[in-house]
Design a protein around this ligand. Structure first.
Ligand SMILES: *Cc1c(COP(=O)(O)O)cnc(C)c1O
Length: 379
């Protein structure tokens, strides 16, 4: 089945009692048993819920995976992955990483004994330099946030297989429409479902997808044992959201390309970070690895004046200033003070994240209106 058909049909079937075409919101905590232990596969909603099951199957299908496991947020999904490891185990992660992922690794799991190395993965030698016998997992995020660097998934997963190290890819920025890491050898795909999969800025959720039966069983065990599960209403909203994922992504990509090209030619703009621009260092790799370049981009104004960047963000009208991304509406973020504030300033500067960087999540409005808004804001 092709992607658009899967987005609409995978994982869902008419409700067995009524034939309802939309999966009902099973707003229930428990399920009545006929006799002790004799039930219809559902006992308690932390463990299983039919609305969640439909969503998990749909997400697995979109990533060409066998198992989908949903969590209360993207970070709860990350938390579940990190709980697979034990004190002394070493993990290598992308240095230009989502701020919350950095925070959970450094502030929650490092004190519990896991050891993290954050490296620039645009060059595989940086990974090889820190691999040891204790390395158990490599955490890849691509395109990176907020500098939109492209990391070669296949090259790293090949190294992981050779060294018997697990690989996890945070696929939030690309969405399964643009990139399927399991097909490139990854063991687990992670999503902040909050973003493109939900797509309407109305839900917080996370998901993990894998083909490995043992990993899936362990992750489902953590889902139930730790209990960070999404509610049925949120699962319904995401089931509805993903039916238009392919259409939304096409428009996100189209609009982002128009905005990036316009910004690149603007006399007041110093630099645009967007993998779709032929001038971008990750362009050729993105062309090979992705089916489009996505809706996210960042830029810096000339002169690097902090107040000017702030004024530009304040003047935007169609782009709303806010955290998050991937919704139908355009958003503008100041990574240094918002999404990446949990990363120390020295670390931010080291990875090239300036305090004047502006990040855009380009929505699916009319491109003309987005350009006009940026024009009046930049001046
Ligand atoms: C938002 C985000 C997360 C965290 O997801 P939540 O749903 O906010 O917990 C992780 N990775 C990336 C790339 C994100 O954008």
């Amino acid at each position: 089945m092709k992607f658009g058909t899967k987005a609409i049909h995978a994982g869902v079937s008419p409700d067995p009692t009524t034939g309802a075409i939309m999966t009902p919101i099973y707003q229930t905590s428990t399920y009545v048993q006929e006799s002790p232990g004799k039930h219809k596969g559902y006992e308690y909603s932390r463990t299983h819920n039919p609305t969640r099951t439909a969503l998990q199957n749909a997400l697995a299908a979109l990533e060409n995976g066998k198992h989908g496991i949903c969590y209360a947020s993207g970070l709860a999904a990350t938390d579940a992955v990190l709980k697979l490891y034990r004190p002394g185990d070493e993990i290598i992660a992308t240095n230009d990483i989502y701020g919350g992922s950095y925070r959970i690794m450094k502030r929650i799991f490092e004190p519990l004994g896991l050891v993290f190395h954050f490296v620039d993965m645009s060059e595989i030698n940086h990974i090889k330099e820190v691999i040891s016998e204790k390395t158990k997992m490599i955490w890849i995020e691509t395109p990176t946030n907020p500098l939109l660097k492209i990391i070669d998934i296949e090259e790293i997963t090949a190294l992981c297989r050779e060294k018997k190290i697990a690989s996890v890819v945070d696929n939030t920025f690309a969405s399964p429409y643009l990139q399927n890491p399991l097909d490139m050898g990854a063991d687990i795909v992670m999503h902040s479902v909050t973003k493109y999969l939900g797509g309407h800025s109305d839900t917080v959720m996370g998901a993990l997808i894998t083909n490995d039966d043992t990993l899936a069983a362990n992750l489902a065990f953590i889902q139930n044992a730790s209990g960070a599960v999404p509610g049925p209403q949120d699962c319904f909203l995401v089931l509805r959201g993903i039916k238009t994922l392919h259409i939304r992504m096409q428009r996100h990509c189209e609009n982002a390309m128009i905005v990036a090209s316009w910004l690149e030619k603007h006399p007041k703009v110093n630099k645009v970070y967007y993998p779709g621009l032929p001038s971008n260092p990750g362009h050729a790799l993105a062309r090979r690895q992705m089916r489009g370049f996505g809706g996210m981009l960042s830029f810096e104004l000339k002169g690097d004046v902090y107040e000017e960047a702030v004024r530009t963000m304040e003047r935007l009208r169609v782009f709303s200033l806010g955290e998050s991304l991937g919704g139908v509406e355009s958003l503008c973020t100041h990574p240094a003070s918002m999404t990446h504030a949990s990363i120390p300033k020295e670390e931010r500067i080291k990875v090239g994240l300036k305090d004047t960087l502006i990040r855009l999540s380009v929505g699916i409005e009319d491109a003309e209106d987005l350009i006009a808004d940026l024009e009046q804001a930049i001046g």
